[in-house]
Design a protein around this ligand. Structure first.
Ligand SMILES: Cc1cc2nc3c(=O)[nH]c(=O)nc-3n(C[C@H](O)[C@H](O)[C@H](O)COP(=O)(O)OP(=O)(O)OC[C@H]3O[C@@H](n4cnc5c(N)ncnc54)[C@H](O)[C@@H]3O)c2cc1C
Length: 457
């Protein structure tokens, strides 16, 4: 049993970790440098929160398992249930993805709404204390184990200490956990990095009246591959208050602009101009704003020897993913759920805890790092080239086979590993389906197409 757990960071992962640990601990303290209000406003500690934050099925279900009833609460507050691929149109290198009522879904909501809803629920847990305006500056302990954290007030600079027999670092992309551990005599933590150099620009729009209430999410992506050095993507996600979040992203040499005209022009130069047409039809609510997204980076705390007893790392502090895949929050949610399962199973075993976190985020890592490596041409051996061509052929067959399309959707939603696209069952369906051309125009309904009017190609 955990006597006292300290959760470092009160962002998405930190709150979910607190929900996971609370049933198995006498008390939990969430230590967050920002003020911890339940108002849906962007915070200094999570600058990425202004950008599109879609939640894929596996993450949404994990959050619901940790916080029962939260999805209904989000939908009541205006979050959108986006059936995949029924309310999701995707243009890939092979044409438009087929549209039908599927088994998976995205939750379309602003990150502020997601956070504030979870914050409200976290405040209801009787054994959880929230310590806002408290910055973690180090750990207490030695190589035999971690016994707590050192903090300081960002307002007065006053130092303090907090004893805990379980400390989980969830301080996000800028986590200093590796430094904190080396300060106590642990060896440096090794890391894996795959950097696609993506730049992100987002703008929020009021949807035109004829587009609500069921307008679909739309993604237009350029085809990845070493032959295609210019990488461009665009995504529209309907969120609460009949708003659209539109995010454009590009790699080196192809950066979207934060100037409104440049933003529109970039969308018009995507492999299909539908997003530019929708931008023209909608009302902008802000200037476009940018973000240089981090690399895919995984810090191998699970391989640290000796293992820091009483300490684990979760969320972006453990692994960050190229945001174009939209998996960071879901990987954190799946990891938090794995922590809850692990704590229910046995005495506190932090090595097992860290391994469970690694496993829970493996699908997200394999997808993001694998795709980005492939795009950079890093995997250019003959065997990799063969599997690339095989993957292309199977994906093309997805336009004509529901079984393959379902598998692709499951992979995107972190329900199945990327390797399931090469399973014998999928190969069998691919051989039967063939690989004819996919649809070249967006599969809009007549009512949806009217939003574009004469602008649609
Ligand atoms: C541009 C962009 C778009 C994204 N889009 C998506 C998406 O569509 N879908 C998706 O699932 N994910 C997306 N992500 C990823 C997502 O933002 C993260 O995976 C998620 O926020 C991880 O949660 P976290 O709690 O680990 O980190 P964060 O949410 O960043 O929270 C870290 C918290 O720790 C606090 N903190 C930091 N240092 C200290 C300290 N020393 N002491 C105390 N507190 C501290 C911070 O204030 C913050 O509250 C996107 C990321 C980016 C950059």
């Amino acid at each position: 049993m955990v006597q006292h757990a300290a959760i470092l960071g009160g962002g998405m992962g930190g709150m979910l970790a607190a929900f996971a640990v609370a049933p198995h601990a006498e008390s939990v303290t969430v230590v967050e440098q920002d003020s911890f209000t339940a108002d849906p406003v962007p915070r200094r500690g999570a600058p990425q929160a202004r950008h599109t934050h879609a939640l894929v099925s596996a993450g949404a279900r994990a959050i619901e398992a940790l916080v029962p009833g939260v999805l209904a609460e989000l939908y009541a507050a205006g979050a959108q249930h986006l059936n995949m691929p029924g309310r999701y149109l995707g243009l890939t290198s092979r044409g438009w993805f087929p549209r039908y009522q599927g088994r998976q879904f995205l939750v379309g909501a602003s990150r502020s709404l997601l956070e504030s809803t979870l914050r409200g629920r976290l405040r209801e847990l009787p054994n959880v204390t929230i310590a806002g305006r408290s910055e973690v500056v180090g750990l207490r302990g030695d190589p035999a184990g971690i016994t707590g954290v050192r903090t300081r007030s960002p307002d007065t600079g006053r130092p303090a200490e907090l004893a805990a027999n379980l400390v989980i670092d969830v301080t996000g992309r800028r986590s200093r956990a590796t430094n904190w551990l080396t300060e106590l005599g642990f060896p440096p933590v090794r890391q894996s990095i795959v950097d696609p150099g993506i730049f992100y620009v987002t703008a929020v729009f009021q949807a035109p009246p004829e587009a609500v209430p069921d307008f679909p999410a739309i993604t237009v992506q350029s085809s990845p591959g070493p032959d295609n050095p210019v990488r461009r993507n665009g995504t529209l996600v309907p969120i609460e208050r009949d708003q659209w979040m539109i995010t454009l992203s590009g790699g080196p040499g192809s950066r979207p602009s934060t100037d409104p005209d440049g933003f529109h022009d970039f969308a018009a130069r995507l492999p299909h101009p539908v997003l530019a047409d929708l931008i023209a039809a909608a009302t902008p609510l802000c200037q476009p704003f940018g973000f240089r997204a981090d690399a895919n980076r995984r810090r191998h705390f699970d391989r640290l020897s000796p293992a820091p007893h009483g300490f684990a790392v979760l969320g972006d502090a453990y692994a960050t993913f190229n945001p174009i895949y939209g998996h960071g929050m879901s990987a954190a949610a799946l990891s938090a759920l794995a922590v809850r399962t692990q704590l229910a199973r046995r005495e506190l075993d932090t090595r097992a805890l860290q391994r469970a976190i690694t496993q829970a985020s493996a699908n997200a890592w394999d997808m993001a790092a694998g795709q980005d490596q492939r795009h950079a041409g890093a995997a250019s051996g003959r065997i990799e080239a063969f599997f690339d061509r095989l993957g292309e052929w199977i994906s093309a067959a997805g336009a004509h086979s529901r079984a393959i399309a379902d598998t692709q959707v499951d992979i995107f939603n972190l329900i199945a590993p990327p390797s399931s696209l090469l399973s014998p069952r999928v190969l069998w369906h691919a051989a039967r389906a063939g690989a004819g051309p996919a649809r070249q125009t967006p599969p809009f309904t007549a009512a949806e197409a009217r939003v574009l009017g004469s602008r649609q190609r």
